[in-house]
Design a protein around this ligand. Structure first.
Ligand code: ZN
Ligand code: MN
Length: 142
């Protein structure tokens, strides 16, 4: 279930709550798979066969605008959506194609020069490689 607080927040923000939108929210809540709009569409269509891809897409855009989901910027792949709006890092696996949350804290040092000429609002890293689920299948680290 999507948390009542988020639904309340949506109402206050003037987002119309329809059963289709609720189904999208429910699918996203606690979803750690970073689904694409197509994934979400395929899932919600099972319950609402008449829903259009545009409805799903527009709902995601609206949620994103209101800060209720975030879009991940991962080069070369389709847009992925993440209901976890807290800053966190990701691992993109070249073997299984999954995008996994990294729970460990990663400390990085931003060079002074870069800090001076930019405004950095958030640091979210994308690590690319072979994930912990795939590694045993891919022989050993070399
Ligand atoms: Zn993997
Ligand atoms: Mn995530």
């Amino acid at each position: 279930m999507f948390s009542p607080e988020k639904i309340e927040k949506m109402r206050r923000m003037g987002l119309k709550i329809t059963p289709q939108r609720l189904a999208i929210l429910e699918y996203l809540e606690g979803n750690l798979s970073h689904p694409t709009a197509e994934d979400i569409y395929r899932h919600v269509r099972k319950r609402f066969p008449s829903i259009s891809f545009a409805t799903v897409y527009n709902t995601l855009e609206a949620l994103k605008e209101k800060g209720l989901v975030r879009e991940l910027y991962i080069g070369g792949t389709k847009k992925r959506f993440d209901p976890n709006t807290q800053p966190h890092h990701h691992f993109f696996c070249l073997s299984c194609g999954n995008i996994l949350d990294i729970r460990e804290e990663i400390r990085i040092k931003i060079p002074q020069k870069l800090r001076e000429k930019t405004i950095i609002k958030e640091i979210s890293l994308l690590l690319v490689g072979i994930c912990w689920n795939c590694l045993p299948k891919n022989l050993t680290k070399s």
